[in-house]
Design a protein. Structure first.
Length: 124
């Protein structure tokens, strides 16, 4: 039986600002934006090519906005990803080369922290 991670909840203080950041500055696809009632709004966003989405909204978590750290996406080309994030206006770090991969980092407007990694070829 497969166990697939498909949704990660991100706590944010301003749903519209966060949605704009992830779609405009990072390039996520806006899958759903549903206002269920005055206390519940669900927004689902998915990185291109990903089987896992993020959800943000009103009334979906009690976690403190900006409290999520360690989110990670993997790309084939870190230089291309870095250039796209810069072009879109995301506050992205310089490329960092480590023994286990090449990375860039960014945070959303609330401070939720992301890493983008290019895996290195595996040695035999």
């Amino acid at each position: 039986m497969d166990w697939k991670l498909e949704l990660v909840i991100l706590p944010v203080s301003d749903v519209d600002r966060a949605k704009a950041f992830y779609t405009d500055n990072v390039g996520f696809n806006a899958d759903h934006d549903q206002v269920v009632n005055e206390n519940l709004r669900f927004v689902q966003l998915t990185p291109r090519g990903s089987g896992c989405s993020i959800a943000l909204g009103k009334g979906i978590t009690t976690a403190r906005p900006g409290s999520v750290e360690g989110l990670q996406m993997v790309v084939a080309d870190i230089e291309e990803a870095h250039a796209e994030l810069l072009r879109r206006g995301a506050p992205v770090s310089d490329i960092e080369d480590l023994a286990w991969g090449r990375f860039v980092y960014f945070s959303d407007p609330d401070g939720n922290k992301w890493a983008v990694q290019q895996l290195l070829p595996r040695g035999e």
